[in-house]
Design a protein around this ligand. Sequence first.
Ligand code: AMP
Length: 148
Amino acid sequence: MISLHSSEFSKNTLDQLLIPAERVAHVQIGNSLEHALLVLTKTGYTAVPVLDAAYKLHGLISTPLILDHITGIERIQFEHLDQSKVEHVMKKEIPRIHTNGHFQKALSLLVDHPFICVEDQDGFFIGIITRRALLKQLQKNIRLINET
Ligand code: AMP
């Protein structure tokens, strides 16, 4: 069995795992659901952050949320795509940590979520950390341990 001391792994700071804001696809408050669906479909991401013009983080919008919103009892209401705004449909309770947040908190959030948002103390969006980035780092560390 491989033993991996947690402090060893924690040395890889959250900063190293961060995908910075400028490389994160996002939509803005005021955007229509149609715009969000285009962004989600063309990027291939299941969910993206919703920011305001000042880059403050407000929530997450996802394809399932949009589809659920436009699906009526008898028909899909395509007209809602350009009538509704992302802020009315987005999820506001989202996995997020602060820039100086604890590694353990990021780790436990990533068990249940494919990515978490990172914000500064004033709520400005800094970037995301994905479960994939964390697992890749873990894989590297395990390989190093096996080689020594
Ligand atoms: P991945 O681990 O790369 O498969 O990403 C998992 C999820 O994180 C994606 O489905 C997106 O919701 C989000 N994500 C990853 N990278 C980005 C990015 N550059 N921009 C926006 N969302 C992203």
